[in-house]
Design a protein around this ligand. Structure first.
Ligand SMILES: [Zn+2]
Length: 134
């Protein structure tokens, strides 16, 4: 029971991983961001409105990470189809956002580890800095 629940939570690849990024942003003293902005395509996980930067934290399973994705043994056509649809939606959302002048950053769930935090923050800060120059 408990392990099923834990697995379900983990597979969504959202809450706990988002939380890691959220606390990293706070610790780094970055401000001016909101979470889960429903008024933008794809409901980005993090949005820096002033800098027009959006961040998506992608679950390795749901978005088909090249490093982590393992094709399920059963119901393969279902899962293949599901993955293809998720990827197509990701591409569509990115296109829509970029067309509206947003920068789009995707972070894999597996990248959100303590050891990797500094590198991720650098990436985000670079995006913020470069869009500030525009
Ligand atoms: Zn991954």
């Amino acid at each position: 029971m408990r392990s099923n629940l834990m697995r379900a939570v983990k597979n969504r690849g959202s809450k706990s991983t988002e939380w890691v990024l959220r606390s990293a942003l706070c610790r780094a003293g970055l401000r001016g961001w909101q979470m889960h902005v429903e008024s933008l395509p794809g409901t980005p996980d993090f949005v820096f409105t002033e800098h027009r930067v959006t961040i998506f934290v992608d679950g390795c399973f749901w978005h088909g990470c090249g490093r982590c994705y393992r094709r399920p043994i059963t119901n393969r056509s279902y899962w293949d189809n599901k993955l293809e649809m998720n990827r197509a939606r990701d591409r569509r959302v990115d296109r829509l956002l970029r067309r509206r002048g947003w920068r789009v950053i995707h972070i894999w769930q597996h990248e959100l580890t303590r050891g990797n935090e500094e590198r991720l923050l650098k990436r985000i800060e670079q995006a913020l800095a470069s869009s500030a120059r525009n």
